[in-house]
Design a protein around this ligand. Structure first.
Ligand code: CUA
Length: 314
């Protein structure tokens, strides 16, 4: 499922930026050919075997000096004007004025995303999969838990750094429902590349239903899943994760209350299914080396129970 197209007649920001980059690259290519061509010609034309004594020694050449000052200035002016056009186009694709319909907190962690949705005066915490309503401006309040990250979903808006100790605001706007992808855009350590961003844009009523479900504590598990819940607290899991409705309330790692409903695991490293969940718990470090989830020795039966439990958390 590819990212959907905008229907407003405005190109998504990524397309506008890509076309500007293409134009700049074309201009740079023409300059490259001109400069390298002149260099090659001079090297060939004035090679040693053709030397006819010492060539004329020129000191200062007013017309040439003016030319190579004005020409780059002209090129930069053209790029500048094109860039202003692109910036206003990006502005037009994301409604810039007025208050946002929704303000969602987004916190960068090494190497995952935390999202905080307002609901009835409280906050609903989710991880690694941002949900937003379609057709409404959403402001993300960006922060970081550790180092500088950068939030970038090219189809939905601009790119802004997430800086520890300050809040930056990024406006997102999706004109069509769908799954949009993004990426942490600031090198933030070993697993920077696996800080993928997944944004699910849904019609407003669907979003509301999703948020209501996200706000509920986990459903009481039965069978193997119940044993999984017991293990989750008995093993080291609960010292980092929260599963609302249980004794696991730690905030160092992603909230797993509804992890079974997410599209991916490990901030995009695996598609979420039974086999992936089991592999992730069994050996996180082989899948995402450096991830802060420590190896936990588990028997096959324990792995099965934990997998059944986490997958049941829809
Ligand atoms: Cu977070 Cu790069």
């Amino acid at each position: 499922m590819g990212p959907p197209r905008h229907t407003t007649g405005v190109r998504p920001p990524a397309e506008a930026i890509a076309s500007l980059a293409g134009i700049v690259a074309a201009i740079a290519f023409v300059i490259l050919i001109g400069v390298e061509g002149a260099l090659a010609y001079a090297a060939w034309r004035f090679r040693a075997s053709r030397a006819e004594g010492v060539p004329a020694q020129i000191y200062g050449h007013t017309r040439l000096e003016i030319l190579w000052t004005v020409a780059p200035l002209g090129v930069l002016a053209v790029v500048f004007v094109l860039m202003l056009g692109t910036m206003s186009e990006i502005g037009a694709s994301v409604p810039a004025n007025g208050p946002a319909a929704l303000r969602i907190g987004a916190v960068g962690h090494q190497w995952w995303w935390e999202y905080r949705y307002p609901r009835d005066g409280a906050e609903v915490v989710g991880a690694n999969e941002l949900h937003i309503p379609v057709g409404l401006a959403v402001d993300l309040e960006l922060g970081s838990n550790d180092v500088i990250h950068s939030f970038w979903v090219p189809e939905l808006g601009g790119k802004i750094d997430m800086i520890p100790g300050r809040t930056n605001v990024l406006r997102l706007y999706a004109s069509r429902a769908g799954v949009y992808v993004g990426q942490c855009a600031e090198f933030c350590g070993l697993e920077h590349a696996w800080m993928r961003i997944t944004v699910v844009a849904q019609p407003a009523d669907e979003f509301r239903r999703w948020l209501d479900a996200e706000a509920t504590p986990r459903a009481t598990p039965a069978g193997a899943a119940a044993e999984g819940e017991r293990l989750f607290s008995a093993k080291v899991c609960a010292s980092c994760h929260t599963i609302r409705g249980t004794s696991a309330v730690a905030l160092a790692a992603p909230d797993l209350t509804h992890v079974g409903s997410r599209l991916t695991l490990g901030a995009g490293v695996l598609r979420n299914n039974d086999a992936a969940m089991r592999a992730w718990i069994a050996d996180t470090q082989s899948i995402k080396p450096g991830a802060l989830m420590p190896p936990v020795p588990l028997s096959d039966a324990e792995l099965d129970a934990l997998t059944a439990y986490l997958r049941s958390l829809r």
